[in-house]
Design a protein around this ligand. Structure first.
Ligand SMILES: [Zn+2]
Length: 238
């Protein structure tokens, strides 16, 4: 009996060591090369295919608002669906690896249209408000950009776009109003001439109204002859 007990303990210990990480969606064991989500579940996500087309719905969303050279979202984003769970896992539950993995997927999609999407000099994550950064501990857009960079080799640049802190008048307001007021308040770095002619690909998690990207675009337009594109994991119906 004693020997059996020991054997059982040993076996369960070994199983723990060898059991692979489960797929976040279906719970099956991931195989080598897979992280967070298995290949079958990844194939079931509603991919847009937008990266292959000019004048796709993401680019059209900015017509008349911002001169976006090229853009796409990897997947359609709908509430109560799998993609929302994946995004919430890194946005609200600290699953940082998921953001990098989805960035890897976007990087692969960019390879589908390399003439268009590999011509950028830098990946520019949408900066998180310092208050939210302190709460969350990381900027999820930065992690997505890291994942893209791993695949396509374009470096991430967090110096070129800055989220403004509060001005003197704003600090006198009620604290909740204050957050509202600065939500989309960005500026390009002070030494804009240094980046003349730069081709910048803005990276964000989900495209909804496009207001955030539009604000980033306006700030980055201070750079002479800049060219700006956008890539997001998901796109919500406008
Ligand atoms: Zn799965």
């Amino acid at each position: 009996m004693a020997l059996n007990g020991l054997t059982n303990r040993l076996l369960s210990g070994l199983t723990e060591i060898w059991s692979p990480q489960p797929c976040f969606v279906c719970g099956c064991g991931l195989v080598e090369g897979e992280k967070q989500i298995c290949a079958a579940c990844l194939r079931k996500l509603p991919a847009t295919g937008f990266q292959r087309y000019n004048a796709n719905p993401v680019e059209r969303r900015f017509w008349g608002r911002a001169k976006i050279e090229g853009g796409f979202a990897g997947f359609y984003y709908r509430k109560e669906q799998v993609l929302q769970r994946l995004i919430h896992s890194f946005k609200y539950h600290g699953n940082t690896e998921m953001a990098v993995v989805l960035g890897n997927v976007l990087g692969q999609m960019m390879l589908d249209n390399s003439d268009k999407f590999l011509a950028y000099d830098f990946l520019v994550p949408v900066p998180l408000h310092p208050y939210k950064l302190a709460l969350r501990g990381y900027n999820q857009s930065r992690l997505i950009a890291d994942g893209i960079s791993e695949v396509v080799g374009i470096p991430v640049n967090e110096d070129i776009l800055i989220r403004n802190r509060f001005s003197g008048t704003q600090t006198k307001r009620h604290k909740y109003e204050r957050w509202e007021g600065v939500e989309n308040n960005f500026s390009a770095c002070e030494d804009c001439e240094r980046w003349t002619g730069a081709r910048l690909l803005i990276v964000d998690d989900v495209l909804t109204t496009g207001a955030t990207i539009e604000s980033c675009y306006q700030a980055l337009s201070a750079i002479p002859m800049v060219k700006i594109g956008v890539v997001t994991v998901g796109v919500a119906a406008s």
